[in-house]
Design a protein around this ligand. Structure first.
Ligand SMILES: Nc1ncnc2c1ncn2[C@@H]1O[C@H](COP(=O)(O)OP(=O)(O)O)[C@@H](O)[C@H]1O
Ligand SMILES: [Mg+2]
Length: 426
């Protein structure tokens, strides 16, 4: 059993950490090779991705004594604590110093890169050179830390920790489900809904689902409990446990609730038309206070032209669906248009997409360039909007089917979309 077994997934990161642990455990072996081992490791990534867990696993695996610094004192006291910790670590060498959430060390100075805390850490790191003390720092936002401090020689190894990918998300979900005694839940569905989220979020959602199950007097945690927990803790949507408490929504006439339903149904239907299987969850608030949303399965960062156009169509499909059904695009949903505009702008100006600048820099830096660009964007936006409306009209039964199901249940998952689509084809 290795300490790294506590980290689920993240095989590449674990590979790097294993190598570092070997360096720290068998320093002599590396010295005999005539190489110097790394001085420090920086783990960066958003809160909850597992930086502290990975750090503690590396410490455990290295077998070295560790000294941990987290900022929990006022500035002056903390600087003294930092110095004392480095001294103790040198006396106990070979050892490890952990600077957890280092970007928070100078919190009271805001973004001051010359803050005393950073100056202290930097000079302490320089003083311990050659003393067999390894420094591990974690940071949510390393931009706050002076770049001089992060250079080679101080932190030789830098690892960026992202939210888990789909395969790792499923593994982590299965792991957390396995820690509960009674579970009857579909890990695939939960993975789709929570793709792109941090490990900490996955852990919280599953725990909250357990609390909900207990409260409802259910002996088993089900997929439904986990979906409800995700809706509440991640998406800010609440659906009553007792479905008979849901207000009935009449879709036959135009009013706010009906608009919300058709708007989200539009996003979901377009997603099913252009990117089948990518719609993970559509939901609207039980009390209809703040609309709803569509969650797509998280994808890789890189997107080609076709995927970007699909995203434009999906975001415009909300208003287009309401327009198609009630003859007016309805109120709200401006953020959908902003999002679509931004993608169109990127399509026009990002050379990475076509390999060249579409406007050829002809009017570059002039007001005319900006005006021309805005005109083209507006024109393209109108084109996409009408294309979205036409496409929804061609798949009207799918749109209406999703809207009716959403009005009834307020929350649909990928299997529901697939079923409604199959019914339309039958
Ligand atoms: N890969 C993982 N496998 C299992 N649990 C994880 C993983 N990454 C993080 N966790 C759990 O998620 C929670 C948050 O992790 P933590 O290390 O505190 O994140 P960070 O330091 O990046 O904010 C902890 O309970 C941790 O055990
Ligand atoms: Mg942490």
């Amino acid at each position: 059993m290795s300490a790294f077994d506590k980290i689920i997934g993240y095989d590449m990161v674990k590979g790097e950490l294993r190598q570092l642990a070997d360096c720290l455990k068998n320093t002599e072996k590396y010295r005999e090779m005539g190489v110097s081992i790394p001085q420090g490791l920086l783990l960066e990534g958003e809160p909850g991705v597992g930086k502290t867990l990975m750090t503690m696993c590396l410490v455990e695996e290295s077998g070295r004594k560790a000294f941990i610094c987290r900022k929990n004192q006022s500035d002056g006291d903390f600087v003294d604590q930092l110095r004392a910790t480095f001294e103790q670590a040198v006396q106990s060498a070979p050892s490890i110093i952990v600077l957890d959430d280092m970007d928070k060390f100078a919190d009271t100075d805001g973004r001051n890169r010359n803050a005393e805390e950073f100056v202290t850490v930097q000079s302490c790191i320089d003083e311990i050179k050659g003393k067999d003390v390894f420094v591990i720092a974690t940071a949510n936002d390393p931009r706050v830390v002076p770049s001089s401090m992060l250079r080679h020689g101080r932190f030789d190894v830098k690892l960026r920790i992202n939210s888990p990918d789909m395969a790792d998300t499923e593994q982590i979900i299965r792991h957390y489900l396995s820690t509960k005694p009674q579970v009857d839940a579909d890990a695939r569905i939960i993975t789709e809904i929570l793709s792109g989220r941090t490990s900490a979020t996955l852990e919280t959602v599953i725990n909250e689902a357990g609390i909900l199950a207990c409260y409802e007097g259910s002996a088993t945690i089900t997929t439904d409990h986990i979906i409800k927990s995700a809706l509440k803790t991640v998406f800010g949507v609440s659906i009553p446990s007792d479905m008979s408490m849901l207000k009935k929504i009449d879709l036959s006439r135009y009013h706010y609730d009906a608009q919300v339903i058709y708007h989200e149904a539009g996003h979901a239907a377009m997603c099913e038309i252009l990117a089948p299987g990518m719609a993970a969850l559509a939901a609207t608030n039980g009390d209809n206070k703040c609309g709803g949303f569509l969650k797509q399965i998280a994808r890789d960062k890189h997107r080609g032209l076709e995927q970007l156009e699909t995203q434009i169509m999906i975001s415009l499909a909300g208003k287009a669906a309401v327009d198609l059904r009630y003859g007016t695009p309805g109120i709200g949903g401006e953020s959908d248009f902003d999002f679509a505009q931004q993608i169109i702008r990127d399509l026009m100006t990002d050379e990475a997409i076509f390999g060249f600048d579409l406007l050829d820099g002809r009017y570059s830096t002039s007001d005319r360039y900006d005006d021309t660009l805005q005109q083209i964007i507006t024109h393209r936006l109108a084109e996409y909007y009408h294309r979205a409306k036409r496409l929804l009209a061609e798949h009207r039964d799918l749109l209406d089917g999703i809207a009716e199901a959403l009005a009834k249940k307020r929350c649909l998952i990928s299997d529901d979309f697939k079923r409604i689509k199959a019914e339309c084809a039958a």
